[in-house]
Design a protein around this ligand. Structure first.
Ligand code: B4P
Length: 190
């Protein structure tokens, strides 16, 4: 199985690049952000609880997202592999993911980490916020909180995967096509 963690701060291009990678390598795309937004749209109890946190730019509790990923893995046991987009975001999530994959006889192949400067992240997210309808893309203060959550709780995961020799850092500034090519060349050489 080819199991990729697509990593980076909010607005780095994870969702954008995931759509391309999933087609090219025939992988299942698992975005915890998308799954949470579909729970909100469906008006479930989980969605209602998550909405308050997401609208503020805070992370949703680990047990919620780990449970969501676990059931998605169980439903796709014969897949070629997975792209994990926006997951894991904490050390507890990364540890749980390693255990879940081990139970299924597989593991993370690599973490592809997109590097983009904060001012460009803010610009992209405010731009998306003009049409996305996402409360967390509309306000610079909330975007700053998301970047803060990333720096405090998520960025340390680079060390988690680096210690397993699985970290690849990729420049995330440039055209979507150029960045896709850089990602493809890393994956093709795994
Ligand atoms: P996500 O849905 O993961 O939101 P994101 O990080 O903002 O999206 P992404 O990074 O994929 O956006 P992209 O760069 O593609 O999370 C939202 C919230 O859900 C979190 O704040 C949290 O509350 C919660 N959550 C999700 N997962 C969680 C977890 N595991 N644990 C706890 N809480 C969790 O795109 C950004 C914009 O940039 C787009 O408009 C795109 O068109 C543009 N763009 C992309 N590439 C570009 C390029 N090369 N040049 C110019 N623009 C580009």
């Amino acid at each position: 199985m080819l199991n990729l963690v697509l990593f980076g701060p909010p607005g780095a291009g994870k969702g954008t690049q995931s759509s391309l990678l999933m087609q090219k390598y025939n992988l299942i795309h698992l975005s915890t952000g998308d799954i949470l937004r579909s729970e909100i749209a469906a008006g479930t109890k989980l969605g209602l609880e998550a909405k308050t946190l997401m609208d503020r730019g805070d992370l949703v509790p680990d047990e919620v997202v780990i449970g969501m990923i676990s059931s998605k893995l169980d439903n796709n046991l014969t897949a070629n592999g997975f792209i994990f987009d926006g997951f894991p975001r904490t050390t507890a999530q990364a540890t749980a993911l390693d255990i879940l994959l081990k139970e299924k006889g597989t593991s993370i192949s690599s973490m592809l980490s997109l590097k983009v400067a904060d001012d460009e992240l803010i610009r992209r997210l405010l731009e998306r916020g003009k049409n996305s309808g996402r409360a967390d893309d509309k306000n610079e203060g909330i975007i700053a909180n998301r970047i803060n959550e990333y720096n405090n709780k998520t960025a340390p995961l680079k060390e988690f995967y680096s210690s397993q020799n699985k970290l690849y850092e990729i420049e995330g500034l440039g055209s979507v096509e150029d960045i896709a090519q850089k990602l493809n060349s890393v994956i093709d050489n795994l």
